[in-house]
Design a protein around this ligand. Structure first.
Ligand code: SF4
Ligand code: SF4
Ligand code: SF4
Length: 292
């Protein structure tokens, strides 16, 4: 079986313990307003155009799906990922994100990194939302484990329980997003409400999974005491949650939004002082360690 892979990044130190190789799967059922990986939302391959390199030569304006306009504008929602613009662009301004790969091909990319994993490292399967390709994740995780490689899954939690449950014996730790405590605010800012996410989290913890709660904090969206109290209550109620990661908003997604022909997300990164204030507020009420 093949999956659609956005990227494979070696020597990652931000996606779990030790040195890791992160495998990013394309496609996500959420549409978070602050998304830092907008190129991973759509499940199929898509072109990205780096306008700073574009010389407006016009060669790609013959795009068969009309995604490129005559003035160089780009509508990624029309892109089929055919790759024509990549092959004709003399400035190397275009690239297609998303390639079909088998689990065996991913393993072959990962194996040279294995000596660096030592005891704590391994592979983190991330996205997008990897469970949108649940059968592929199951096959890939099984293959990695058979080859002596530990696997962590990073998930937004919005998937049928039937997609998550078979992974329990294979996944060493779930990096589980908890974005907004209030269900209607969650719906407004991400496009879905959080009831399924909560039920899956409860079920995972009930089955003894090791969980790190990943909490992006976005100014004006969820930087509220009531949300921090919600995080602390969850961490107190569900024994599987051993750590909370506080992830302050950063603007890196905006460069990628530009390359997809989208507008900026409109958020401003918080100051260091604000981040410290959030950290102190959350740590003072949270029963498990909070990491920045
Ligand atoms: S890959 Fe390039 S040429 Fe092909 S549909 Fe997308 S924008 Fe058009
Ligand atoms: S082919 Fe490359 S340089 Fe020419 S218009 Fe398209 S993106 Fe710009
Ligand atoms: S869950 Fe992650 S990848 Fe999906 S829209 Fe939200 S931030 Fe983007």
């Amino acid at each position: 079986m093949n999956g659609i892979i956005s990227d494979i990044i070696s020597m990652s130190v931000n996606d779990g313990p030790g040195i890791r190789t992160s495998v990013y799967l394309k496609g996500c059922p959420l549409r978070c307003a602050w998304c830092h990986n907008p190129e991973m939302q759509v499940p199929s391959p898509q072109a990205m155009v780096l306008s700073s390199r574009c010389t407006h030569c016009g060669a790609c304006f013959a795009c068969p799906s009309g995604a490129r306009g005559e003035k160089g504008e780009y509508d990624s929602s029309r892109c089929t990922g055919c790759g024509l613009c990549v092959s004709v662009c003399p400035a190397e301004a275009c690239r297609v994100v998303g390639a079909s790969m088998s689990a065996g091909e991913v393993l072959r990319r990962v194996l040279p990194d294995k000596p660096f994993f030592r005891l704590r490292g391994g592979v983190t399967i991330s996205g997008g939302e990897p469970l949108l390709q649940a059968d592929f994740v199951l096959e890939l995780a099984s293959l990695l484990r058979k080859n002596g490689i530990g696997v962590i899954l990073e998930t937004c939690g919005y998937a049928p329980w039937q997609a998550m449950e078979p992974l329990l014996p294979l996944i060493g730790c779930f990096l589980y997003d908890w974005k907004i405590t209030d269900p209607s605010a969650h719906q407004r800012w991400t496009g879905v409400d959080n009831r399924l996410i909560y039920e899956n989290l409860k079920a995972l913890c009930g089955r003894g999974a090791d969980v790190v709660l990943r909490c992006p904090v976005i100014p004006g969206v969820n930087d509220t005491l009531s949300h921090f109290q919600g995080i602390a209550e969850l961490a107190g109620a569900l024994p599987g949650i051993r750590q909370v990661d506080l992830l302050p908003y950063h603007a890196l997604g905006n460069d990628k939004r530009m390359q997809l022909g989208l507008k900026r997300d409109g958020f401003d990164p918080p100051s260091g002082e604000t981040v410290l204030k959030w950290y102190r507020q959350l740590s003072s009420i949270c029963p498990v360690p909070v990491m920045l």
